[in-house]
Design a binder for this molecule. Structure first.
Ligand SMILES: *Cc1c(COP(=O)(O)O)cnc(C)c1O
Length: 341
């Protein structure tokens, strides 16, 4: 079998046959003028599923997070988030470079923010100190291994934000995985946050696209900021059509990805040369420590055998399961890894 098994990320998923059909027959108009029926349908359905009043379609999750920052805050305010948050580490510095925010990172226990630590930084500002403009929480937390934020943590985060009158944004790129893993309605999870960004292009397989959801007033202002950063699209219904398939058909199957990630973690835990966090991963991401080899060498060896991996450290790799890696692909991965070390 020569097809490449790609475990680098769930972003590599390709649109399904159903999506390609939906794309081919999508009704379109000019969305910047507010006339693209398919984009409007996606925004309406996304908002309903997320339990928010309105949603806005954008090309990427990074843009949704940026537009959320621009809409919630003013330049010079502080943004409080976890130290490995995607919004501070992997969005090219947009919080500082474009939104002009001071980024206050808080260490965490495995990706779950400690409410007391966050509360210690929330401030209305003074003659000397910047006011907090926004708190952001990542769910699931990518670089802590797809960790699901416990409801209790979200509830207490909400409480301290309310006490300080600071808005709470959820970077919910993979909040679909959190919902599937816990069997919780996604609207309940994102209900703790004022606004949420979600990706349609990761586990849900759309070729492009994310949604930012929140109150009607918030989304109205967000439309202005999306335009300002160049995110107004025209016949975007071509892409939104695939996003509708994501919302309708692709959420329930995420538990299959979680089961495969659990299998990978349990086999590697028993394989000499590998260390994985104890217990099954919460969702579809497995970080693996290499005890006997360098990540670059393992990645190169695997690539020679048509298995693609992502090195996240000198002796660490990240494995992500998704729609386009089946049980055979997992077998090949485990076989190649065992031989690599
Ligand atoms: C993927 C991801 C995003 C958005 O990334 P884009 O590539 O800009 O769509 C945001 N947050 C997290 C946690 C992610 O994993």
């Amino acid at each position: 079998m020569s097809e490449v098994a790609d475990f680098r990320s769930d972003t590599v998923t390709r649109p399904t046959a159903e999506m390609r059909e939906a794309i081919a027959s999508a009704e379109v108009g000019d969305d910047v003028l507010g006339h693209d029926p398919t984009t409007l349908a996606l925004e309406e359905e996304g908002a309903r599923i997320l339990g928010k009043e309105a949603a806005l379609y954008m090309p990427s999750g990074s843009m949704c997070n940026l537009v959320a920052m621009l809409t919630h805050t003013r330049p010079g305010q502080e943004l409080v988030l976890e130290e490995w948050a995607h919004m501070c580490r992997f969005e090219a510095g947009s919080a500082g470079a474009i939104a002009h925010l001071i980024v206050r990172t808080v260490p965490s226990d495995g990706g779950v923010l400690d409410t007391d630590r966050v509360a210690g930084w929330l401030s209305a500002g003074s003659e000397h100190t910047p006011p907090t403009g926004l708190v952001a929480v990542e769910n699931t937390h990518n670089f802590h291994g797809g960790v699901v934020q416990p409801m209790e943590a979200l509830r207490s985060l909400r409480r301290v934000c309310d006490d300080a009158d600071v808005p709470l944004h959820m970077d919910g790129a993979r909040v679909w995985n959190a919902a599937a893993a816990t069997g919780t309605d996604v609207a309940t999870i994102v209900g703790f946050a004022d606004t949420v960004s979600v990706c349609l292009s990761k586990g849900l397989c759309a070729p492009v696209g994310s949604l930012l959801a929140g109150s009607r007033d918030f989304i109205q202002t967000a439309r202005f900021h999306r335009k300002r950063v160049g995110g107004g699209m025209r016949q975007s219904g071509i892409l939104a059509a695939a996003g509708l398939v994501s919302l309708r058909s692709m959420r329930e199957r995420l538990t299959e990805d979680h089961a495969r990630a659990a299998r990978i973690a349990s086999v590697l835990a028993e394989t000499p040369g590998f260390a994985v966090p104890s217990g099954a991963p919460d969702t579809n991401i497995v970080f693996v420590e290499l005890e006997r080899a360098l990540a670059a060498d393992v990645v190169a060896f695997a690539a020679d055998h048509d298995v693609l991996l992502y090195a996240t450290g000198e002796r660490q790799i990240r494995l992500v399961t998704h729609h386009d890696v089946d049980d055979d692909a997992v077998d090949r991965l485990l076989d190649v890894l065992a031989r690599a070390v």
